[in-house]
Design a protein around this ligand. Structure first.
Ligand SMILES: [Zn+2]
Length: 500
């Protein structure tokens, strides 16, 4: 759909150096909105969670939500920020239908947290992302453009507005420009948002469901000619709402901007939209001229002055952060940083951890999640965590294999049943008759039948060609439809064919 000329990604790097930057918005998971008592529950009927404050009616007065402020400070602390001792809200004035007050309550020159950093790892290399600021603001309402093909205002015949989201606390986390990532720029951007999301989850401050828009990133990209001391003009791709899209947006902008620059063109400072379907961006709003929002301190809210004791208490009660947790788990599970990175990339750290907690060995838990289950998730195009099997059920399967109730092959069939919603592993094994056969009459008969039916092979084994026994084991496994234990079958055949 994009008519943009693109340069091959590898070729971009021969002439240009990318600089990226990310502005990430996180909706906090507070029960009520930032400046009023309205509920923040997602998915309610439009405009049922509003009041005079969040609708901006004259005479209404906001009151700041303490949990919102506390959560912002905790995010700042987790990112190693300096916490302000004095901070104010500001009015950012702009008239837009989803801003009922005519201004957004945000923070301007006095944010709560500044000067932090987050280290992210890509292919064994660590990149330090400097955090410029973390500030608190309110979310806008949601526009719904009806009648157009794309859901955008262009081509729509009317628009509806839902103010349920207006006033939900929103934390904005802004990085400083990140130079020096070269060919890894797309991966570093993705790794940063991934790690940030993990931290927010560990803090429990947001549900960070990207598909619900709890977390969305504006992705800034510019290119500088290699050797040039001057950075290029950046574009800002707005509201990218999946981890994969963050990576794709950086990659696409690098390729597009390189083509423009190659032809002697100029990159326009503008916002751009990302298109999930095509992985392309298209122009949004021009930022060639700085918009004057006429910020001024919010007169209706008292300044926030977090005292030292409060901040120290919040710092002391931070949970173990994901990076430290990964180091500890690598140690406990006896795996290398590279092996841990595979688990992280597969989104399997929590799943393996929960499976181990449910009784499986770390090696077995990793084997199942990174092997059989990763393959199935991949086949059905879903995330591992979305598979219809719980860590406890995986641990149960591991236990049943260890107890000899099922072998690996039968365990995979049991897993099929669990994924198909047939119940717990034990229930599926019972219902489908998957348990390994003991030394039953049925198995004795199958062994004898294999010897009778393959006299040539049996003769060879009797004559001392012991390795030929494999064919007989195979025959028994076939008649028992894989339910026999191969080692038991081999021993039974040996007892009959090889004189001791
Ligand atoms: Zn309200």
């Amino acid at each position: 759909m994009s008519a943009d000329k693109l340069v091959d990604f590898d070729e971009v790097l021969t002439r240009y150096e990318p600089v990226i930057g990310l502005e990430t918005h996180v909706e906090l998971g507070t029960a009520s909105k930032m400046f009023c008592g309205c509920s923040t529950t997602f998915g309610a009927e439009p405009n049922t969670q509003t009041c005079p404050v969040c609708l901006g009616l004259p005479g209404s007065l906001p009151v700041a939500n303490e949990i919102g402020i506390e959560s912002t400070i905790r995010i700042g602390l987790a990112l190693g920020c300096r916490i302000a001792t004095w901070s104010r809200f500001a009015r950012k004035n702009y008239f837009y239908p989803d801003i009922p007050k005519g201004f957004q309550t945000t923070q301007y020159d006095e944010p709560l947290c500044t000067a932090g950093h987050l280290d992210v790892e890509v292919d064994g290399e660590t990149y330090r992302v400097e955090i410029e600021r973390v500030h608190l603001e309110e979310d806008t309402g949601k526009n719904l453009h009806v009648g157009g093909a794309t859901g955008r205002i262009h081509g729509a015949d009317h628009s509806l507005i839902d103010y349920n989201r207006a006033g939900i606390p929103l934390v904005e986390i802004v990085t400083r420009p990140i130079p020096g990532t070269g060919a890894k720029a797309p991966e570093v951007a993705k790794a940063y948002v991934t790690e940030l999301r993990e931290i927010l989850l560990a803090l429990g401050v947001s549900e960070v469901r990207m598909e619900q828009g709890n977390l969305r990133s504006d992705v800034n990209v510019s290119l500088a000619s290699i050797g040039s001391l001057e950075w290029g003009t950046r574009t800002e791709t707005k509201n990218v709402n999946s981890l994969r899209s963050v990576e794709r947006a950086v990659r696409f902008e690098m390729r597009r901007q390189a083509a423009v620059l190659d032809e002697g063109g100029r990159i326009l400072q503008e916002t751009r939209h990302f298109h999930e379907d095509s992985g392309t961006t298209s122009p949004g709003r021009s930022k060639e001229e700085a918009t004057d929002y006429r910020y001024f301190p919010e007169p209706d809210l008292v300044p926030v002055a977090p005292d030292e004791d409060w901040v120290a208490k919040l710092a002391a009660t931070l949970p173990e952060l994901p990076a430290a947790r990964r180091v500890r788990l690598s140690d406990e599970w006896g795996i290398s940083p590279t092996e841990m990175a595979w688990l992280v990339n597969a989104g399997a750290v929590e799943l393996v951890s929960d499976t181990v907690a449910a009784g499986a060995s770390p090696a077995d838990a990793r084997k199942w999640w990174l092997g059989e289950l990763a393959r199935r998730a991949n086949d059905s195009g879903v995330e591992l965590a979305e598979l219809a099997v719980t860590p406890a059920q995986v641990a149960e399967i591991v236990g049943l294999v260890a107890a000899g109730t099922v072998n690996d092959q039968l365990a995979r069939q049991a897993l099929d049943g669990v994924l198909a919603g047939e119940g717990s592993p034990a229930q599926v094994i019972e219902a489908r008759g998957l348990a390994v056969m003991g030394e039953s009459d049925e198995l004795v008969a199958a062994v004898d039948a294999a010897i009778e039916g393959n006299p040539d092979v049996a003769g060879k084994v009797r004559a001392g060609k012991v390795q030929a026994i494999g064919a007989l084991v195979g025959a028994v496994m076939k008649t028992t439809r894989g339910k026999a234990d191969a080692a038991t079958v081999k021993r039974m055949l040996e007892e009959r064919l090889i004189p001791s």
